[in-house]
Design a protein around this ligand. Structure first.
Ligand code: SAM
Length: 276
């Protein structure tokens, strides 16, 4: 019988966030595929777990993925962890999950912390609908395309960023989206956790003076609703007049013009009949 791949979420800064079920998954699997085996070794040591580690990262994911699937197909049970958070969320792992499905291998998860959901929940911005944008590319063209594509996004947007690139990302967001509210969630679950609720303009000014340190998630407010153009009373009456000219009764024309302009039927009808 083929084995199962279990995605295990790991702490994003506080080892106490590692769940008993996550510990059990690591203890009972046959092997652990890890993004950086040194990072995962620290976690295993802390919890007194001894398991063979296999490296699975961005640069070996094709070959390593096939080899891992061979082992799962042969009946071993594997766990996939990343350096922190949920594997496959802006982490290698997405491709391994897809490959497993392609090869008919069952994938399950022991969910754990993820920086995006934690930041979103703490942001104080609307969270009913949101988009996860991950990291902006550093390649000029795809970065520009990404920024252009979110210009009119109405939903709250979540970005990941490394501290040394934060100021460029804030500036590009400000230049593309205009000023918006945002929450900068830093060092979540760690000693220096901070959620700075501010605007893009203020954040750019602040981080130009105060170089950012630590890990950041940016939660940015969506585009404001375009102010609906108000149809004037004169425009609505002119519309009704056209319908009368086309053969409608004054009452029908006023009704239709009201529905199309958002103005009151009585108001249009009164003006229209006063002209007769
Ligand atoms: N898989 C991870 C998850 O589920 O959140 C994300 C991995 S991604 C390679 C790393 C990025 O996540 C960091 O650059 C930062 O934007 C964000 N991040 C991870 N831990 C964080 C923390 N404790 N506080 C704030 N942001 C964090």
């Amino acid at each position: 019988m083929a084995g199962v791949l279990t995605l295990v979420g790991t702490p994003i800064g506080n080892l106490s966030d590692f769940s008993p079920r996550a510990v059990e998954a690591l203890e009972t699997c046959d092997f652990i595929a890890a993004e950086d085996t040194r990072v995962t070794m620290k976690l295993l040591t802390h919890f007194g777990i001894k398991k063979p580690l296999v490296s699975y990262h961005e640069h070996n994911k094709r070959a390593s993925g096939e080899a891992l699937c061979d082992r799962l197909e042969a009946g071993e049970n594997g766990v996939l962890v990343s350096d922190a958070g949920m594997p496959a969320i802006s982490d290698p792992g997405e491709d391994l999950v897809a490959l497993c499905y392609e090869r008919g291998i069952t994938v399950t998860a022991v969910p754990g912390p993820t920086a995006m959901a934690t930041a979103l929940a703490l942001s104080g911005l609307p969270v009913g609908r949101f988009t996860f944008e991950g990291f902006l590319s550093t390649a000029n063209r795809s970065r520009r395309e990404h920024l252009e594509s979110i210009k009119n996004e109405r939903r709250t947007m979540v970005f990941y960023e490394a501290p040394h690139k934060l100021i460029y990302t804030l500036e590009d967001l400000l230049n593309t989206l205009g000023d918006r509210r945002l929450a900068l969630a830093r060092e979540l679950t760690k000693l220096h956790e901070e959620v700075r609720r501010t605007t893009l303009t203020e954040a750019v000014a602040w981080y130009r003076e105060n170089p950012p340190r630590g890990e950041f998630v940016l939660v940015v407010e969506g585009a404001p609703e375009a102010a609906e153009r108000q149809v004037s009373a004169e425009e609505a009456v002119a519309l009704a007049r056209r319908y009368v000219a086309e053969g409608m009764s004054a009452s029908e024309a006023a009704k239709r013009a009201a529905a199309e302009s958002g103005r009151r039927k009585g108001e249009i009808y009164k003006q229209l009949t006063a002209e007769e």
